[in-house]
Design a protein around this ligand. Structure first.
Ligand SMILES: [Zn+2]
Length: 476
């Protein structure tokens, strides 16, 4: 039976278009999904949109549409953006879908039946930007430090979830699973947060019209985060989750507490298995400045993809900004890497091998060649890097090999004039390109296909066919 691999991205709010930070999170998950697919695994890759938020209502009001029309329009933008960036998600969930609403109400009932939901009065601060209840200690000078807005004071009847009850179980979970959250520093923050003591949390809002109604009490809607987290189950069904929960939730660091504290507690209460791992990426700045709506500096990833190509953008983001760390995006750096790594590096190597090889194509080859051993060794280190989300280091392995191959080509250049020697030397470069192409495929799927079109291996007849076509990365 095939191994299963289930990976998710966050579901994104539909009050805006995707920016470069969302693209980073989603591309990283896509690389992981593609990698697991090359291993022959049965991959489920889920992304989607979080639509039951008040942000959706406000967005609709601003653009003068009714809420449903607005949500439909925005969800379509997110969907088509991921298609354009060659994201190979197998499903796209919207939290306004029937399958999700039903699952959320079912999970609510399970938690209710377990005695973990009670009615009470909530009085406190609420940040609309976060869609979250805040504490005084979370504020800087009375405002939310992420949203620069003053949270509103709300007092209303709410349903509460007994989060505190799960304190010990959560700490045990963290102790038993040292890789539950990466990077380590962020896991440490989560642990200390729980160690300081948890409080029960409000999981409903009163007097809101948009959202999923609380079962048996439609004066309340379910708190958007409680609803949103459940999307990971809605997509595959409760039975599906029971059999195989998510292997990886890939998220941004701002939503770590929801995923590493509230979500496991909800699952424990609903008597469902836990996700295996949560990986978090950092925040982005643009030319050193934080991305913000008010500054209008959010970059549309589609504009960059149009200018430099989808693969170049995918490559740049994961190579330049180590997964887990905060990073700075700059188009100047993108252009530099494009010319140095892609045009002069990979593109030039493929062009040289194809030009020289075309003259001696086809070349006989079988996998007893000594270089074949190299292929395996290269992959061991790479496997480790990529399965631990060290994407920049995995790419470095590929580029080291590109440099070596390029150097060997220059040293051997004089030999290419001779007949039999020439074919043998070119063969070595072709084998190296097969290795390199395998390594790069999850990151640069289109480019990998273009290389295979130029240097193709015919397994039945055990020959390489080489044909020079277009330049992969014309200089910018
Ligand atoms: Zn906030």
């Amino acid at each position: 039976m095939k191994n299963k691999f289930y990976i998710t991205t966050p579901i994104y709010y539909v009050n805006d278009r995707p920016h470069i930070g969302h693209a980073y999170t989603t591309i990283a998950a896509d690389v992981s999904a593609r990698y697991h697919r090359t291993k022959g695994e049965d991959v489920i890759f889920l992304t989607g949109t979080d639509e039951n938020s008040q942000k959706t209502v406000e967005g609709a009001k601003k653009s003068g549409e009714d809420v449903k029309t607005y949500a439909d329009r925005l969800a379509a933008i997110w969907k088509s953006t991921w298609e354009a960036l060659n994201i190979g998600n197998t499903d796209f969930i919207r939290t306004t879908e029937e399958r999700h609403v039903k699952t959320v109400q079912e999970i609510w009932k399970r938690i209710w039946d377990n005695g973990d939901i009670y009615k009470g009065k909530y009085e406190g601060l609420y940040c609309k930007g976060h869609e979250a209840f805040m504490k005084e200690v979370d504020l800087v000078d009375g405002v939310c430090s992420d949203h620069k807005t003053k949270p509103e004071w709300i007092a209303e009847d709410n349903y509460f979830f007994k989060l505190k009850k799960y304190e010990k179980d959560l700490l045990k979970l963290y102790g038993d699973n040292p890789n539950f959250v990466t990077p380590e520093g962020r896991f440490h923050e989560v642990k200390s947060f729980v160690e300081r003591g948890l409080e029960d949390i409000s999981i409903s809002r009163e007097k809101q019209e948009w959202g999923i109604p609380v079962p048996n009490d439609n004066k309340h809607v379910i708190y958007v985060w409680f609803d949103a987290l459940i999307n990971y189950i809605s997509a595959i069904g409760i039975d599906g989750w029971q059999k195989h929960p998510a292997d990886v939730h890939a998220i941004g660091k701002d939503i770590i507490r929801f995923h590493a504290v509230i979500w496991p507690a909800m699952l424990m209460s609903a008597k469902l298995p836990l996700p295996k791992r949560i990986v978090t990426n950092g925040f982005f700045t643009i030319d050193g400045v934080k991305i913000s709506k008010s500054l209008g500096n959010a970059i549309d990833p589609l504009d960059l993809a149009k200018k430099y190509g989808v693969d170049a953008l995918r490559y740049f983001l994961l190579r330049e900004i180590p997964y887990g760390e905060d990073g700075d995006f700059s188009e100047v750096k993108l252009k530099e890497r494009y010319n140095a790594d892609l045009a002069n590096g990979l593109g030039n190597l493929v062009a040289r091998v194809a030009t020289l090889g075309e003259k001696v194509s086809p070349i006989k080859y079988n996998y007893t060649h000594p270089l074949h051993k190299l292929l395996k060794e290269a992959h061991e280190e790479y496997d480790y890097k990529i399965s631990t989300f060290r994407f920049d280091e995995a790419l470095e392995i590929g580029w080291k090999r590109i440099a070596q191959s390029d150097a060997a080509l220059s040293v051997d250049q004089p030999w290419y004039k001779e007949g039999s020697e020439r074919a043998e030397k070119i063969l070595s470069r072709c084998i190296e390109l097969v290795i390199i192409t395998d390594l790069l495929e999850p990151f640069l799927p289109e480019t990998a296909q273009k290389i295979k079109d130029q240097i193709s291996y015919d397994r039945t007849n055990k020959v390489f066919h080489i044909k020079k076509t277009e330049n992969l990365f014309p200089r910018k």
